[in-house]
Design a protein around this ligand. Structure first.
Ligand code: URA
Length: 205
């Protein structure tokens, strides 16, 4: 099973697909999320970035990677010499999944059924954008792109071919860096994350 697919949507192009995704009810996550957070970027991009799912900020603003993880991501992209505006940035799952604790909405990881349901959209995005390289940030992105749960440590930083699709480079998710309690470990892992993105840039050039 792979995430790439010929476009079968009735919608025209990415704009139509985005519009169609606004009313997606493929899985129950749409019930509690504010809105679908679809990918954004050029209609054709050599580089696609795939995260996990929108967080609290993204859910409210309707754009991927605009919250704290987005800041880490943006900074790493700058360090790697990649203009974010040239990449198509999206998520494996398009609705925010959370648990309510008082007034706070705490992130919950999507389960494999939710990832599977949402892969259709990712496949459509890939078929339309036709990137040469996809950077998978975190395990959920790897699962969505390959259809298999895999250890990130085994894949990280290496470019590999997806079956009948573009190349994929896996790295950590920026939220992982934010969660590291030890400042030194965070610094080292941030450097590695930036190096992985720089490797993506080099592979494309
Ligand atoms: N984390 C993600 O995986 N995606 C976002 O858009 C924001 C946070």
């Amino acid at each position: 099973a792979r995430a790439t697919a010929e476009p079968t949507s009735t919608a025209e192009g990415l704009a139509g697909l985005r519009e169609e995704a606004r009313s997606c009810t493929r899985c129950p996550l749409h019930c509690h999320a504010t809105q679908t957070v679809f990918g954004e970027g050029p209609d054709r991009a050599e580089l696609m970035i795939v995260g996990e799912q929108p967080g609290d900020h993204e859910d409210l603003q309707g754009r991927p990677f605009v919250g704290p993880a987005g800041q880490v991501f943006d900074e790493a992209m700058r360090h790697a010499g990649i203009d974010r505006g040239t990449a198509y940035v999206t998520n494996a799952v398009k609705h925010f999944k959370y648990e309510l604790r008082g007034k706070r909405r705490l992130h919950q990881s999507p389960n494999s059924a939710e990832v599977e349901q949402c892969r259709w959209w990712l496949g459509q995005e890939m078929a339309l954008v036709r990137p040469r390289l996809v950077v998978a940030m975190g395990r959920t992105a790897v699962l969505a792109l390959t259809g298999r749960a895999q250890k990130l440590a085994d894949l990280r930083g290496r470019v590999q071919a997806l079956p009948a699709g573009p190349a994929m480079l896996a790295t950590v998710h920026p939220s992982y860096l934010l969660r590291l309690p030890d400042a030194r470990a965070r610094e080292q892992e941030t450097i590695r994350f930036r190096e992985d993105l720089a490797a993506a840039r080099n592979w494309l050039s």
